[in-house]
Write a protein that binds this ligand. Structure first.
Ligand SMILES: Cc1ncc(COP(=O)(O)O)c(C=O)c1O
Length: 440
């Protein structure tokens, strides 16, 4: 090492990633782990969920208190107040899960047989199932492959006189184009229900997603950034709608909350006190975890954007905060000696970097045809309408995205920055040996 390479310079170089870069270049020449070389990483990524003393103490208090149902206890109400305040919404209703938050929301808006609801094809099936549960018709609007979100530029063309609601998803925790979506909603007098099930603390122009539309829904299922195993919530600033939601999720009871007086149909979609208390305790670390994901994701994006054939999902200019429930990018095999995505994922796994190819095209899933063939749908809709549904519901950009997408889970962003270096290093290594891997 030259004499003038002082300790300070060494530290400076390390923090700027220069040394990491050199180490990385040396390692990329190793044989890929899929072909018998040493893996880039052997340590597991951070585990999930995070469990600390506060969770255990609070849980045990509910257990021994014996008030396990929200109609008896106070934990659900406390969580609702905290979550509403954190997001800047007037009302929060905690629910059994995210699916029920969506079902309740659509029910409160009166969505029903004969109606159409605009949805993205790039989402978890629950978004669409919530529409089908009301015997309404999902209308798919293609995906913007740059962002992985519903392509808001194509929504207006999908609106008909039967459209009742727009249901965008903030997929992976990255906000959908809410300026455009809200403008279309206003213009056509359509409520917007935000599926924020993956987007805890994400922001659009510094406002929390779920508070921008008429209603917003969260999931607290086990993989989510805020987690109680199962759980959900809906948020709204509309007091009348909140009351309907509250009643519907409590078997249609009136304001009294218990007893045998009913004002509408409904279901039991209540959260338990155990779920609620875990949420209140997990909430204490959600901000710090969220910041760490953002910092790691920004650092990772800078590295991955330099690798030909890797295109990290872009955020819209109005997106001021991404929850990074997923870290998503597109993989272009032509820049990797035509190494198929499945082989790329396998090679990554062998390097100690677990990744998935994400969703398949939801609009092409056979369950939709099966649902339209059901007795209920055939009773409601003319056969011609159901048969004609398939053609305009093609989403070619989404089809292609489903073949190119790669996801990392949120827990992979919770460790130190060196974890990001290893992810990038593994991808560079695979690219360098892609020809050999493609032939293996
Ligand atoms: C986008 C999206 N919508 C809805 C849901 C449904 O939430 P849950 O699994 O809590 O019912 C999920 C969760 O998996 C989701 O990711």
């Amino acid at each position: 090492m030259p004499e003038d390479f002082t300790r300070r310079k060494l530290l400076g170089a390390a923090s700027a990633g220069i040394l990491v870069g050199r180490a990385v270049r040396a390692a990329t020449s190793d044989k890929p782990a899929a072909l018998g070389g040493n893996p880039v990483r052997t340590a597991p990524f951070p585990s999930w969920p995070v469990i600390a003393d506060n969770d255990e103490r609070a849980w045990m208090k509910v257990l021994h208190g014996g008030k396990w149902n929200r109609l008896d206890g106070d934990c659900a109400r406390q969580f609702e107040e905290t979550w509403a305040a954190r997001l800047g919404a007037k009302h929060c209703l905690a629910t059994a899960n995210g699916t029920s938050a969506l079902i309740i929301s659509l029910s409160a808006l009166g969505v029903g047989p004969g109606d159409e609801v605009i949805v993205p094809p790039y989402t978890f099936v629950a978004t669409v199932n919530a529409v089908l549960m009301h015997h309404a018709i999902p209308v798919f609007v293609d995906t913007d492959p740059e962002t992985f979100q519903i392509d808001a530029r194509k929504i207006e063309a999908a609106i008909t006189e039967r459209t009742r609601c727009i249901l965008p998803v903030h997929l992976g925790g990255s906000p959908a184009d809410m300026d455009a979506i809200l403008e279309i909603g206003d213009k056509h007098h359509l409520p917007v229900v935000e599926d924020a099930c993956q987007a805890h603390l994400a922001e659009w122009r510094h406002k929390k997603v779920s508070t921008l539309g008429t209603l917003g829904c969260f999931s607290f299922q086990a993989s989510k950034n805020l987690n109680s195993g199962e759980g959900g919530a809906l948020l709204t600033n509309d007091t009348d709608l909140y009351r309907v939601c509250q009643s519907f999720h409590n078997n249609g009871r009136g304001d009294t909350g218990s007893g045998f007086g009913y004002v509408r149909n409904g279901a039991n979609l209540r959260i338990t006190e155990f779920q609620a208390v875990l949420l209140t305790e997990q909430l204490k670390r959600v901000e710090e975890q969220s910041r760490r994901r953002e910092q790691n994701a920004a650092y990772l994006t800078r590295q991955l954007a330099e690798i030909p054939g890797i295109r990290p999902a872009r955020m819209y200019p109005g997106a001021t905060r991404n929850a990074y429930h997923l870290y998503m990018f597109r993989y272009d095999k032509t820049q990797f000696a035509n190494l198929r995505r499945a082989q790329f994922l396998k090679a990554l796994e062998a390097e100690g970097i677990p990744a998935s190819g994400g969703y398949t095209p939801l609009n092409k899933e056979p369950f939709l045809k099966n649902t339209f063939d059901s007795r209920a749908y055939r009773a409601i809709y003319p056969a011609k309408q159901l048969a004609e549904w398939f053609k305009p519901n093609q989403c070619p950009a989404n089809d292609q995205l489903c073949e190119e997408a790669v996801w990392f889970t949120q827990t992979m962003l919770l460790g130190p920055r060196e974890d990001m270096d290893q992810i990038a290093e593994a991808i560079r290594k695979i690219r360098q040996h892609a020809g050999m891997l493609a032939q293996s």
